[in-house]
Design a protein around this ligand. Structure first.
Ligand SMILES: Cc1ncc(COP(=O)(O)O)c(C=O)c1O
Length: 397
């Protein structure tokens, strides 16, 4: 099978992952080669790695507005969310082993990293409430307030949704959680680079990030844990990360994440303008060529990530469109539920009240730094052409 060379691919799947920024790679290179020491080693080579970790930690802390000691580096957003939910839930159980099982509040539109962890904890005996969202994928802060019980140990609400780009009012939810004395975890994985992620402004107690979503390397992420949050650490071992996450640190990955986050934050104003312009151009072009297209999620504006477009293309299966687009050199996604070997209707679109047929004909396009207006125009032609041909073949009009 011949795959178009990467330089020819119109990559519109930046919510899935982003290319590694060449400057980030440059920052990582020494720790992949000459400076290979183990940060726990006492000799110079080890201390060079240790110093690189310290420096990365303080760079990230500056962006998040927290203290370096409140950061735990780990293997990505999935590990981070698992640790946040399991760690806080088990700590609450440990505080009162004979009392009622602690209760977790989260939402129906979370990424599976949160949702599956919450369901697993629910299957073990923890209480679980999954909050609904409205037709645009927004969760009502009042619903959070109504769900909190005396035994609630954690609320977890994502900042921006990975499928439809809807942005939650985290400061309002945080105010409710603070008033009720319940810690708030926020999965901000899709937000870094697009939205401010200062933990004080958001008011969160725990926050999750994954480097490859903001032009950093894959397999490295972090969990911010506010000082004083009771959490049962899940990974025992050699005492790394202050005994909170055992295992030799991914030095080059952590250095890369810090460099990427620093750059994402500095480029944020230009990046959001660039992405919103391209996303709006894509939407307008598709609406002109395919007038029966429907937008999933909030209209472009303050409640939607600037790089996200998710549309229903009536009469064509999302997966069919994606495969045909791949042949034309356009990479897109049908949402996180449609992955290789798995084609289930999107739980996010379902939660927003979309019918099964609508979820199966939805496609997500997420633009990024290197996309150009010319690429968007070519993508509009390719998408409209694929949809028109597929409808013709299927006899759909
Ligand atoms: C909102 C959100 N949370 C968590 C994750 C999991 O990230 P990772 O695969 O890097 O662990 C993703 C990845 O798509 C995501 O979009």
């Amino acid at each position: 099978m011949s795959v178009p060379p990467m330089s020819d691919v119109i990559y519109l799947d930046h919510a899935a992952t982003t290319p590694l920024d060449p400057d980030v790679l440059r920052a990582m290179m020494p720790y992949l080669a000459a400076d290979y020491g183990n940060p726990s080693s006492v000799y110079g080579l080890g201390q060079t790695s240790h110093a690189a970790l310290d420096s990365a930690r303080s760079t990230v802390a500056t962006v998040l507005g927290c203290s370096p000691a409140e950061l735990v580096f780990l293997g990505g957003a999935t590990e981070s969310a698992n640790l946040a939910l399991s760690g806080v839930a088990w700590a609450a159980r440990r505080r009162d082993p004979a009392g009622p099982w602690p209760h977790i509040v989260t939402t129906t539109i979370e990424h599976s990293a949160v949702l599956e962890t919450a369901r697993w904890l629910g299957s073990l005996g923890f209480g679980l409430t999954l909050l609904p969202c409205d037709a645009e994928g927004i969760v009502a802060p009042d619903d959070v307030a109504a769900a909190i019980r005396p035994e609630t140990c954690l609320v977890s609400v994502m900042l921006a949704n990975n499928e439809v780009g809807s942005i939650q009012d985290i400061p309002a939810i945080a105010a409710i959680c603070q008033e009720r004395g319940v810690p708030l975890h926020c999965d901000a994985t899709q937000a870094a680079g697009s939205l401010p992620i200062d933990v004080e402004d958001l008011g969160v107690d725990l926050l999750t990030l994954s480097a490859h979503k903001f032009y950093g390397p894959k397999g490295v992420g972090l969990l911010y844990v506010r000082n004083g949050t009771d959490i049962a650490w899940q990974q025992r071992g050699g005492g790394q990360e202050g005994g909170r996450r055992g295992g030799t640190e991914n030095v080059s990955g952590i250095v890369g994440m810090a460099a990427a986050l620093d750059r994402a934050e500095r480029f944020r104003p230009a990046y959001t303008t660039h992405c919103a312009g391209l996303r709006d151009r894509l939407l307008a072009g598709l609406q002109e060529r395919l007038p029966d297209l429907t937008l999933n999620g909030p209209p472009p504006g303050p409640k939607r990530l600037p790089n996200n477009l998710n549309v229903i293309l009536p009469g064509v299966q999302g997966e069919t469109v994606l495969l045909a687009l791949d042949m034309e050199g356009v990479a897109a996604s049908a949402g996180s539920a449609c992955t290789v070997g798995r084609n289930e209707p999107s739980h996010v679109l379902e939660a927003m009240g979309r019918a099964d047929a609508e979820t199966r004909t939805s496609v997500r396009f997420t633009v990024g730094r290197s996309n150009t207006a010319g690429q968007i125009d070519d993508a509009i032609d390719a998408i409209a052409g694929v949809v028109e041909r597929t409808r013709l073949l299927a006899g759909v009009r």
